[in-house]
Design a protein around this ligand. Structure first.
Ligand SMILES: [Fe+2]
Length: 621
């Protein structure tokens, strides 16, 4: 039985396919169309999934999408009614609707989600509750257009779509992605993000092939919204910039923590609420457009931010002490609220295994402190914890949750994307007229390890591409972590990132405790631990200013060739760690050998390994 899962009409569009419960493929659309966080419909991802499965769309029995416009309908209507009354009383007038086909919006009332496909900001003075309900129905019709988009993407008649279609509520898709493919028979589950289907946070208990929802936090209250609003206020306006602020936080002092405790307040039973004076989304909706393919989110913070912290930071201008301290305070408050919810979840379930998902689960600094601040002892975070991973969650919610099939898949790695044969790689290299050397399987990692130890910047392109934002040794740039200047070299020659952002270590799994203060496995690079004090000088290029590192633990079982590379580096240097950054230059991570060659040619990488072949940069004499 084939099941196809889709995340569409929203950032990080993606598709996944499973056969009888086994995961065959999962991939993000940005890797094909080269548009970061691309929204819209994941046409190429769907085609890749079907090709990998070796089937046509007519062979797929179930197709699901990770949104359900009918979910929480009464809450959406009540919210719309309340807001309409407030606006009428206040005489607020606001135009609604009337946008071009590629300029769409997060419709905070229509579906209360960061994944709406509405036609403009909802609500507004001229719009009554009935027309808003009508908007909702129109929106539901758009989801039905999924069949049209799918048929168009595949250039097939609609009649070829014989599958049963499912709308899976956004957070149920997140929760499913963090449980049904986890190693846990039973687990506490938390999905935490900006918004999806009117909910920002949902927690549950997973047991066998069922997930029981225990609690939720509803629109407009959201940790993700606080993080995004503050990120915007600090002058980082792009979709996905939150990670930069997480990197900035350790440079500051949390001297604004009381202000952030007022901005987001915890309540009994795991709940929290925003001080809405600081935000605009609850009153005005939030625009999300993707004219250029990448999502752009309208401003969420209100004037109250400036009253409390002073004027908003100008994008591109140098970051100062105030910005660092705001970032530090925001990060600390996120952690406090996260642990508040998690401690309640533990109390409610009595369980010590945790499945974590949602965009906020990309906050690896918070994740790394879970074992220190809650009773949870084991944590599973699927590599695409954010919205692309809901494509995967949809598949398993249908297979295990709805169809009650027995669980038979554990996803510990992230290697579910395209791969290329030796012949295909060789043909690309020859087409580029590049000189290359070819090594046997045993020599290729030894030679690359020597290059890394010699201080070269090494492109490392192997096997199947990773799912989710992290390069985990198959589409990576790898350098020597012992050299303090490597961070600067990488930024000058390739990455051009803000100087405050750290680079990450990959470490042989069994050596984790020798270098880090915690040793719970982190195979998807979504945990930050403290580097042991006595080791920090040994691996300065991957030790952040506060002594932390966002590590990837590498086992032979999950990635044999990458394990061998680090092991060979260890043989040469006595250090079982390399610096691993994604293979890209301010673009989506490379997918094909062609992308890798192009990136090699336009940057100042020293050597490119593609499969068993290596291309060296000619010295610029
Ligand atoms: Fe989400």
């Amino acid at each position: 039985m084939y099941i196809l899962g889709i995340n569409a009409y929203h950032g990080d569009a993606a598709a996944a396919i499973i056969k009888d419960g086994r995961l065959l493929a999962a991939v993000e659309e940005e890797r094909f169309n080269r548009v970061k966080h691309c929204a819209g419909f994941p046409s190429e991802s769907v085609r890749y999934c079907l090709k990998t499965a070796g089937i046509g769309i007519e062979d797929v029995e179930h197709i699901g999408i990770s949104r359900d416009p009918s979910a929480h309908l009464h809450k959406k209507v009540m919210f719309a009614a309340g807001r309409a009354a407030k606006q009428a009383a206040g005489g607020i007038s606001q135009a609604a609707g009337g946008r071009g086909s590629r300029q769409e919006a997060i419709t905070t009332v229509e579906d209360g989600s960061a994944n709406g496909k509405g036609e403009g900001k909802s609500g507004g003075g001229g719009k009554g509750i009935f027309s808003q309900i009508k908007d909702r129905l129109n929106n539901a019709a758009k989801v039905r257009d999924l069949k049209d988009d799918l048929a168009n993407a595949l250039d097939s008649p609609k009649s070829s779509l014989r599958a049963q279609f499912h709308n899976v509520e956004h957070h149920r898709a997140h929760l499913a992605s963090s449980f049904f493919i986890s190693p846990f028979e039973r687990a506490a589950l938390l999905s935490i993000d900006g918004f999806g289907d009117f909910i920002s946070t949902m927690w549950a208990k997973g047991d066998g092939n069922s997930i029981e929802i225990l609690g939720q936090v509803e629109y407009p209250h959201s940790t993700g919204i606080v993080y995004t609003a503050t990120t915007q206020f600090l002058g980082f306006p792009y979709y996905g910039d939150e990670g930069k602020i997480m990197g900035l936080a350790p440079y500051g002092q949390p001297r604004y923590i009381e202000e952030f405790r007022d901005i987001i307040r915890t309540e009994a039973r795991g709940q929290f609420r925003l001080n809405l004076d600081y935000f605009r989304h609850h009153a005005e909706g939030v625009d999300m457009t993707w004219d250029q393919g990448s999502p752009v989110i309208g401003s969420i913070y209100s004037e109250a931010f400036a009253h409390t912290f002073g004027p908003a930071h100008e994008p591109g201008s140098p970051v100062g002490e105030r910005e660092r301290d705001i970032a530090a305070s925001l990060q600390l408050r996120l952690e406090e609220v996260g642990f508040h919810v998690l401690n309640h979840l533990h109390e409610e379930t009595g369980l010590t295994d945790l499945g974590l998902s949602g965009g906020v689960a990309y906050n690896s600094v918070m994740n790394g402190k879970i074992l220190l601040n809650t009773p949870f002892r084991r944590v599973f975070i699927q590599p695409a914890a954010g919205d692309s991973g809901t494509a995967l969650g949809v598949c398993y919610q249908i297979y295990n949750g709805t169809l009650k099939q027995t669980r038979n898949e554990v996803m510990l790695g992230a290697y579910t994307g395209p791969e290329f044969t030796g012949e295909e790689i060789q043909a690309e290299l020859e087409a580029s007229a590049l000189d290359f050397e070819t090594y046997d399987d045993r020599s290729v990692t030894r030679r690359a390890a020597q290059d890394i130890a010699d201080g070269l910047v090494v492109g490392w392109f192997q096997g199947r591409m990773e799912f989710g934002p992290r390069a985990l040794g198959n589409r990576s740039i790898v350098v020597d972590p012992r050299r303090a200047d490597m961070k600067e070299i990488l930024n000058q020659r390739i990455k051009k990132r803000e100087p405050f952002r750290p680079f990450a270590p990959s470490i042989l799994e069994e050596r984790t405790a020798d270098y880090f203060e915690q040793d719970h496995p982190a195979p998807t690079m979504l945990m930050v631990y403290q580097v042991r004090e006595e080791r920090r000088a040994e691996i300065p290029a991957v030790t952040h200013v506060d002594g932390s590192g966002r590590l990837q633990t590498v086992s032979r079982e999950l990635n044999d060739r990458y394990y061998q590379l680090i092991s060979d580096f260890n043989d040469l240097t006595g250090v079982p760690v390399v610096l691993n950054t994604s293979f890209n230059e301010n673009e989506p991570v490379v997918c094909t050998p062609r992308h890798a060659i192009d990136c090699f040619l336009k940057t100042k990488m020293d050597v490119l390994y593609v499969g068993n072949h290596a291309v060296r940069r000619k010295s610029e004499a």
